[in-house]
Ligand binder design. Structure first.
Ligand SMILES: Nc1ncnc2c1ncn2[C@@H]1O[C@H](COP(=O)(O)OP(=O)(O)OP(=O)(O)O)[C@@H](O)[C@H]1O
Ligand SMILES: [Mg+2]
Length: 350
């Protein structure tokens, strides 16, 4: 099932985000994020997908204000996340929250569940009596029994712990929650339950999500829009329908070729195998970062960094060869390419 984007009001703007990490004992740096721009609209889910090491977590942490960007800007509403004034800082508290991959990262093992959930409310200066009521409210909302509030994280299952992490994240009624692979540490049953829970919360509270994930099936199910990252850059982005029906960047096609997707209308005509390994983020390649692995790459790809190309319907791709990748895309049973109208455009107008 595809979801339609509910709103068009922009809440988060990321422009040319760059994040370098120093390499210990050397003057070199890890180029973790290399110029990411993205936008999140109120109440929608934007997925960030890509292989391990592509910079997804680093983007998420810069957005949540846990890491300071090397350059570029992250603007939430009208506030610069990386350099808020004192007044803005107060306004910002609780507006963006983060749920980590491991519930253990979100929860302090020495704290009772009720204190973990109440902590962000305390930080956002909610008065005591409202805090207690809110803790109960969100505990119920995530489907946990009140008795867990007196317990410690180790007394709960991984799925229950992740529900606590979500309760904690939504307690302050944030407008945006960054979810960093929130289900990858869970078994399939708990995973499905958490995904449903996230959807229910979004329906009820209108929370927007930046959903970081490896799992393309889940991404397809939960997201309105998808951004594909490779070596610290977004190489393709568009509505979920577009990305899965007309994947255009060879990297996206490579990713989709390596997984089975259940909907036959959204399979590829043929797969594309990427060669070799992801290059080191310490010394970035010249030209398109995928060139060394891409079967379509030619001389120009190895020299120039491809700019964003608008391929229609709010779908953008950084590839000189975007015309040639049509051969991999889905072809309808009638034999023709899907007409543009067959794709429900869910791209909110900027
Ligand atoms: N604190 C750090 N110090 C040095 N290098 C780091 C640090 N954090 C991340 N990196 C490096 O930055 C790059 C991007 O890492 P990041 O964790 O953002 O990727 P990711 O897409 O989230 O990967 P995964 O799917 O494995 O979680 C990687 O090369 C990683 O080793
Ligand atoms: Mg990560």
């Amino acid at each position: 099932m595809q979801m339609s984007a509910p709103h068009v009001e922009s809440i988060l703007r990321v422009r040319d985000l760059v994040k370098h990490f120093p390499v210990a004992g050397s003057r070199q740096v890890v180029h973790a994020v290399n110029g990411v721009s993205l936008e999140v609209y109120r109440g929608e889910t934007v997925a960030l997908v890509g292989e391990s090491g592509s910079g997804k977590t680093t983007v998420g942490r810069c957005v949540a204000g846990l890491l300071r960007a090397t350059s570029g800007i992250v603007i939430f509403r009208d506030v610069e996340v990386n350099a808020p004034s004192k007044l803005d800082y107060r306004y910002m508290r609780g507006k963006i929250q983060l749920v980590f991959q491991e519930p253990g990262e979100s929860l302090d093992p020495k704290m009772r569940i009720e204190d973990s959930i109440a902590e962000p409310l305390r930080a956002a200066r909610w008065p005591g009596e409202r805090r207690a009521a809110r803790v109960l409210e969100v505990t119920e909302l995530v489907g946990l029994q009140v008795k867990v509030l007196r317990q410690y994280p180790w007394e709960l299952s991984a799925g229950q712990q992740q529900k606590v992490a979500i309760a904690r994240a939504i307690a302050t009624n944030p407008e945006l929650v960054v979810l960093d692979e929130p289900t990858s540490a869970l078994d399939p049953t708990a995973r499905a339950e958490i995904i449903e829970l996230l959807r229910t919360i979004q329906e009820k509270l209108g929370t927007a999500y930046l959903f970081i994930s490896h799992d393309l099936s889940t991404v397809r199910y939960i997201s309105h829009r998808v951004a594909v990252m490779y070596l610290g850059m977004i190489v393709e982005h568009g509505s979920t329908t577009e990305i899965f029906r007309r994947p255009t960047h060879p990297y996206t096609i490579g990713l989709l070729s390596s997984v089975m997707l259940p909907d036959p209308r959204q399979t590829l005509r043929r797969g594309l195998q990427l060669k070799g390994e992801i290059p080191s983020p310490i010394s970035l390649p010249q030209g398109c970062y995928l060139a060394s692995r891409c079967p379509l790459a030619d001389g120009r790809c190895r020299l120039e960094l491809p700019p964003a190309v608008d391929v229609g319907r709010g779908h953008f791709v950084h590839c000189f060869k975007h015309d040639e990748t049509r051969q991999f895309q889905f072809v309808a049973e009638t034999g023709g390419a899907l007409p543009a109208s067959a794709s429900q455009s869910v791209q909110p107008s900027p």
